[in-house]
Design a binder for this molecule. Structure first.
Ligand SMILES: NC(=O)c1ccc[n+]([C@@H]2O[C@H](COP(=O)([O-])OP(=O)(O)OC[C@H]3O[C@@H](n4cnc5c(N)ncnc54)[C@H](OP(=O)(O)O)[C@@H]3O)[C@@H](O)[C@H]2O)c1
Length: 324
């Protein structure tokens, strides 16, 4: 198979080159996918720089999600048959023409969705569900603050909160155009974090029951200030810093919960549980068009270097894909 590798010798940080590898063989419960497209994730930048090694047993090739066609099924894998259109969450290996994955991490692609575009969904929807709905327990009628509202994750989290019945959705973004997109996706109040103080805006509008944060640093104290009583704040990244000076007085007085999770290293059965919940509760809305993909740019697999530089620069909204 063809794949993109970090330099010829796998050294982190080096140039990305196309390489040939033996095609993987699906093991028990796994399927082999002939990849149509791979989704880029911000974690790919960290892995490429040597700061986010793949978990034990995962492929050393970049790529946390793909869409494609089932090429073969391993022993005992029964959810899909050869030729089925699918998309999948991976622990690695997506920047390639073929990848194997446990069938529990795989979703069927509805007829209404183009196969390449389907790579926009798995990582974003499963991350949003695992954090906003499962761990932080957003309920219909509650308010939701989503930082990075037009990130690959944010565009799905906002739409999912909307269809689930959140009473008010706040989204932060770094430009007026991105704020307009956040409103278009369902944010009631879009906040340009470069010109507005989100803590002030959210507090004045009644506060947030659930906050999804990927910024960290100084946002940690401000999220606490913007939270309603019994609020839940969940971090999926700390782009502004892993450390902060925090006054926990308000955490105590407002009975807040501070949480953080990662998806990639979770055990296979746990990923299967998350996929099953997404498939049951939100996948019908993808098929109907109520939850829509936000696709920024499609590059070819050979252009992985340019695609990652595009993500690193940060001007994109929604997903960047590599077409194989
Ligand atoms: N823990 C997990 O399991 C998990 C899973 C998936 C992703 N993640 C993390 O989630 C984040 C989003 O991932 P992605 O692939 O969707 O990346 P992405 O599309 O590149 O999005 C990054 C986002 O961060 C926002 N941001 C940066 N600094 C900000 C600030 N000071 N205030 C508000 N927003 C700020 C950017 O906003 P603007 O563009 O508007 O400036 C952008 O929307 C990444 O940090 C990734 O590592 C974690």
């Amino acid at each position: 198979m063809t794949a993109i590798m970090t330099a010829a010798h796998g050294e982190p940080g080096g140039p990305l080159t196309l390489i040939e590898r033996p095609r993987p063989v699906p093991g028990p419960g796994e399927i082999l996918i002939e990849v149509a497209a791979a989704g880029l994730n911000r974690a790919d930048l960290a892995q490429r720089a040597g700061r986010y090694p793949p978990p034990p047993g995962a492929s050393d090739i970049l790529g946390l999600e793909v869409s494609g066609v089932v090429a073969a099924a391993g022993p005992g894998a029964s959810r899909f048959k050869t030729g089925d259109r699918v998309c999948a969450l991976l622990a690695g290996g997506g920047y390639a023409s073929h990848v194997v994955v446990d069938e529990g991490s795989v979703l069927p692609v509805p007829e209404s969705i183009d196969l390449v575009t389907a790579a926009c969904f798995p990582e974003a929807m499963m991350t949003a569900w695992a954090n906003v709905f499962d761990r932080a327990g957003l309920k219909p009628g509650e308010t939701f603050l989503c930082h990075g509202a037009t990130s690959g994750i944010g565009v799905m989290a906002i739409q999912m909160a909307k269809v689930y019945g959140a009473s008010k959705i706040f989204g932060t973004a770094g430009s007026e155009d991105k704020c307009a997109l956040a409103r278009d996706l369902g944010a009631d109040i879009a906040i340009n974090y470069r010109t507005q103080d989100f803590e002030q805006v959210v507090k004045e509008a009644g506060g947030a029951d659930v906050t999804l944060d990927m910024v960290g640093g100084d946002y940690i104290q401000k999220n606490i200030g913007a939270a309603k009583a019994d609020g839940r704040i969940i971090n999926i990244a700390y782009q502004n810093g892993m450390t902060a000076t925090v006054n926990f007085g308000l955490v105590l007085m407002k009975r807040l919960s501070l949480m953080a999770t990662t998806l990639r290293a979770r055990p296979v059965p746990e990923k299967s549980r998350i996929r099953a919940a997404v498939e049951k509760d939100f996948w019908p809305h993808v098929a109907s068009g109520k939850l829509r993909p936000v696709l920024d740019t499609v590059y070819s697999l050979a252009e992985a270097e340019v695609a990652l530089a595009h993500m690193d620069k940060g001007g994109h909204s929604g997903k960047i894909l590599l077409k194989v």
